[in-house]
Design a protein around this ligand. Structure first.
Ligand code: NAP
Ligand code: MG
Length: 499
């Protein structure tokens, strides 16, 4: 609770409360004892835990403490080959032939088990990735379970999803995911793939392998036929070996635009299908007629949620000139009250930056912003001594051509620009190599429709931000990639329509 420092009687007998801005909350840490992390993890191939043929393991650490949590296997090309062969065998012999309603039962079971182990999954997600437990508990894990539920429901109803068409699965899908929503990205990718009869080889990011390995434990316990889902850990080379394996039919990749380009070149001419979910630089637009307090809260959620490690983060803010002063003042007040610290504490708003490398990237952009002439403002909060941390930051006096307004920073850093007219802001918002998401804040429905029609972004939120639902497709324009995940669109990425 905020501490009311003094009560002072004002002249007209109303009471004014003066608030202490240092919002003191008693620590409320989640208990680590609800989560079991083994000292070492092998590869989950063909329904079994197998030692890596590479014989190598690497450490996974807690970025809030810089302490080792466990070590995980590093898959070499021979391990990738083994996993792809297991997936191929399971596809040909079992999964593609299984009646869809039987396949659905497994997917439902996995959804239920994710729910049953929600607390453990949330704790491990926060330990391994640095995100606040409130987010992993209230967003990542429930949304992951919802994706399994949603696609389980479609498995035996594909004739309604694609009326008058016959569908067939693609075969073996290679799936590669990033470190910002590790369990959720695994669910986004695995659920539609297996619900439509494909089998999977999935690689999580090297800094956040643990919840994917926990999901492998759930899949093992669920009795899913061996080889339908294989989860193999490793770094970029492992991802590349999956992409280049000749027996893969489809690549589903979420990650940076640079790696997305490498993948597209690598599979050109191979006949492999691909969906790429890449970077973003979302424009959040506040018009003068917007409910300002609600908009400020939406902007805060849009950029500081998950330390700004969000592809669709609202990292560019365009404010109409007449309300710019007010919005900037309110944003500065609000970031001062954000709690930065222990990801396991239920009061924490901003957790740890995922890795030392990512923190260095963010610092590089803070320097670039200052050098480009923008004005930097940071919260004055204290940071823990150990671990990787960044204060919530905003830049004012930003020019459209500044690198901090053009490039993805992937941290809690907001670039604020102003505009006068609708045409001007549309031009500025669309002036970006990316086109993943955007936000519009206004009181007028007609303005929302006008803006959304003209903006080149895959997802546009109106008077809200960062809202997700399994039934709603997600994906980008331009360098943010192509293909959609979620909803019916997410199903079509895993089937061939054969007549
Ligand atoms: P990244 O460096 O591109 O890595 C993504 C995944 O690809 C990781 O598992 C990575 O392995 C692997 N990888 C690296 N090099 C590879 C290669 N040559 N071939 C195949 N796989 C390779 O991205 P990141 O830094 O983890 O994630 C942040 C990026 O993801 C941001 O740009 C963000 O915008 C984007 N993102 C997009 C969406 C979306 O839906 N559009 C969602 C979330 C994130 P290792 O990390 O283990 O080396
Ligand atoms: Mg980690």
């Amino acid at each position: 609770m905020p501490i009311a420092k003094k009560k002072t009687a004002a002249k007209n007998n109303t009471i004014k409360l003066k608030f202490d801005t240092s919002w003191s909350y008693a620590p409320a840490p989640e208990s680590k004892s609800a989560a079991t992390i083994k000292p070492q993890y092998d590869l989950f191939i063909n329904g079994e835990w197998q030692k890596p043929l590479s014989k190598k393991y690497f450490d996974t650490i807690n970025p809030a403490k810089e302490e080792k949590l466990s070590e995980v296997a590093e898959s070499g090309p021979a391990d990738v080959d083994k996993a792809v062969n297991a997936a191929r065998h399971a596809y040909e012999k079992v999964w593609r032939k299984m009646p869809a309603k039987e396949r659905a039962k497994y997917v439902f079971r996995i959804a239920r088990m994710v729910q049953e182990r929600a607390r453990e999954l949330a704790i491990i997600e926060s330990l391994d990735g640095g995100k606040p437990i409130r987010e992993s508990r209230d967003f990542d894990v429930p949304t992951a379970a919802n994706h399994f539920f949603y696609y389980a429901g479609w498995a035996d109803k594909l004739e309604y999803a694609f009326p008058n068409r016959v569908t067939e699965p693609l075969g073996v899908a290679g799936q590669i995911i990033p470190w910002n929503f590790p369990l959720l990205m695994a669910a986004w990718k695995i659920a539609p793939a297996i619900a439509t009869g494909n089998t999977v080889v999935l690689k999580p990011a090297e800094t956040t392998s643990l919840t994917a390995l926990k999901l492998a434990e759930i899949i093992e316990e669920s009795g899913l036929p061996p080889g339908v889902v294989n989860i193999i850990t490793g770094a970029g080379e492992t991802g590349a070996a999956i992409v280049n394996h000749p027996d893969i039919n489809k690549i589903a990749f979420t990650g940076s635009t640079d790696v997305g380009k490498i993948i597209q070149k690598a599979i050109a001419g191979t006949g492999k299908k691909v969906t790429l979910e890449l970077g973003g630089k979302a424009a959040n637009i506040i018009f003068e007629d917007a409910p300002i307090d609600q908009a400020v809260e939406g902007v805060i959620n849009g950029i500081y949620f998950n330390q700004g490690h969000v592809c669709c983060a609202g990292s560019r803010l365009y404010v109409q000139e007449s309300v710019a002063k007010e919005v900037i003042r309110k944003l500065k007040d609000r970031i001062e009250s954000l709690i930065v610290g222990d990801p396991l504490d239920k009061n924490t708003d901003i957790g740890a930056i995922n890795s030392k490398q990512q923190l260095a990237t963010i610092h590089k952009y803070l320097d670039i912003g200052k050098k480009e002439g923008a004005e930097m403002y940071q919260s004055s909060c204290a940071l823990p001594g150990k671990g990787f941390w960044c204060r919530p930051t905003l830049f004012t006096n930003v020019a459209q051509s500044n690198r901090i307004a053009q490039e993805e920073i992937f941290g809690p850093v907001l670039a604020i620009l102003t505009f006068r007219t609708d045409d001007e802001v549309i031009e500025k918002a669309n002036n970006s190599p990316y086109g993943l998401s955007a936000g519009v804040w206004t009181d007028k429905g007609s303005k929302i429709f006008n803006m959304t029609k003209r903006m080149r972004a895959g997802v546009i939120w109106a008077n809200t931000f960062n809202k997700f639902d399994p039934s709603s497709p997600f994906g980008g324009y331009k360098e943010s990639g192509f293909g959609r995940e979620g909803g019916l669109h997410g199903l079509s990425a895993y089937v061939n329509l054969i007549n």
